[in-house]
Design a protein around this ligand. Structure first.
Ligand code: DNO
Length: 404
């Protein structure tokens, strides 16, 4: 695998030099400053690429040993997701951004198809028994927000009585400051996600989806893919759709990228390695019915990017981020399946034999506990995750199991 690292740009407290020392060779980043829907110009992409790949400040003209391998993400404008007539303009912009990424030589573009909110957690500082902090999605906190802070119309009908009373108990045990933190965690936007919303804004956004069923929402995705995949092919840019995180409906919104059959459907819309997947084991792994090693085996050919992490589920639908080799994800068998896929690519002389992967969502540990960091993206936790994963990869390779 190609070891990559998500870098949030020049203001990221984790520097390019830190990433190099962690042993990654690929950078995953985005032009976060470009408003959603606007064209990413070739100049702006090239300028960021130069910044990543050449250490002009300390050693002019010296390569840093890093390469911009993956764009994560070019976000998809809400009008495209909702299938509004104005989508035509935003899709043209999207195509242009892909062409420009291709001209700048960036091989992979990640995107997601989550409506209104990107990845969602209720608690960014869950305390683990060893003192480390982890991201968490607590079902009770989520329902407490939905029912008693957002007070969404229809929410009550979607939960059982037992769920409502558990959520009420949680809500009543929270101080108003804790309620505010919960609200912000959910709607203010996590790093790399959509823009943040105020409560009213958020309600308006949800209302826009009142008529959009999962079927319609999926048709809108098909429409988008039919438009952009030909451009991706022409531009030499492999697309990678990120699964829903978490892979369940939130706030009554449609979800169409949550299961293996969703992924099978998406790749069938345009059968090309350019219409590919980002397999995020932590997102998909929240559903016990997602067989991760099987998904990698069956959809392997279409995997253009890997987010490797693990989650630990609870019976009530809550989960938290586990360390990379623990939790509910069978990382050993996922890795075996990935290495088998790479072996097939090698035999087929595919250029993209080494699949880019990044360790995703580390715990906050050691010195980082005293620092201000991007939730899930502090250096030491990710370094631990990446080190464990590269050890696992090497061990499996040396054991010969992929050659049997
Ligand atoms: C969270 C990430 C998401 C992901 C986007 C892809 O850490 O996995 O922000 O990058 O959903 O579009």
């Amino acid at each position: 695998m190609e070891q990559t690292w998500r870098w949030y740009g020049p203001s990221d407290p984790v520097t390019l030099a830190d990433i190099r020392q962690a042993g990654a060779t690929g950078i995953v980043t985005a032009l976060h400053e470009v408003p959603i829907g606007e064209v990413w110009t070739e100049e702006a992409i090239l300028e960021r690429k130069r910044h990543i790949e050449w250490d002009d400040t300390t050693h002019p003209g010296k390569p840093r040993g890093l390469k911009w391998s993956v764009i994560e993400s070019i976000p998809v404008h809400e009008d495209i997701k909702q299938g509004k007539p104005s989508r035509t303009k935003w899709i043209e912009n999207y195509k242009q951004s892909i062409r420009n990424a291709g001209k700048a030589g960036i091989p992979v573009v990640t995107y997601n198809w989550m409506p209104v909110v990107d990845w969602t957690r209720t608690n960014l500082e869950m305390k683990l028994e060893d003192g480390a902090r982890a991201l968490q999605f607590s079902m009770n906190e989520y329902m407490a927000f939905d029912l008693f802070i957002l007070q969404r119309t229809n929410a009550v009908q979607e939960y059982t009585e037992a769920q409502i009373s558990a959520a009420k108990k949680t809500f009543e045990s929270m101080s108003s400051e804790q309620q505010y933190v919960l609200q912000n965690n959910i709607i203010a936007g996590l790093p790399g996600g959509q823009q943040g919303y105020s409560l009213d804004d958020f309600r308006r956004r949800l209302d826009e989806y009142s008529e959009i069923t999962p079927e319609v929402y999926r048709e809108n995705l098909v429409y988008f893919l039919k438009q952009i995949v030909p451009v991706a092919i022409e531009s030499g840019v492999r697309l990678a759709i990120h699964p829903d995180d978490p892979p369940i409906s939130l706030f009554g919104l449609p979800r169409v990228v949550s299961t293996e059959s969703d992924l099978q459907y998406i790749v069938s819309v345009a059968d090309s390695i350019y219409n590919g997947l980002c397999i995020c084991t932590g997102s998909l792994g929240v559903r016990p019915d997602n067989d991760l090693p099987g998904i990698v085996e069956r959809l392997g050919e279409k995997i253009n990017f890997l987010h490797l992490r693990s989650t630990q589920r609870s019976l009530d639908g809550s989960f938290h981020e586990a360390s990379h080799l623990r939790g509910d994800v069978d990382m050993y068998n996922v890795m075996v399946a990935v290495l088998k896929e790479q072996k097939k690519r090698h035999a087929a002389h595919r250029q993209d034999e080494q699949i880019p992967m990044r360790a995703d969502h580390g715990h906050t540990i050691l010195d980082d506990l005293k620092k201000k960091t991007n939730p899930g993206y502090s250096a030491i936790g990710l370094l631990r995750g990446m080190a464990e994963l590269r050890g696992l990869e090497l061990g499996i390779e040396k054991s010969g199991v992929v050659y049997n």
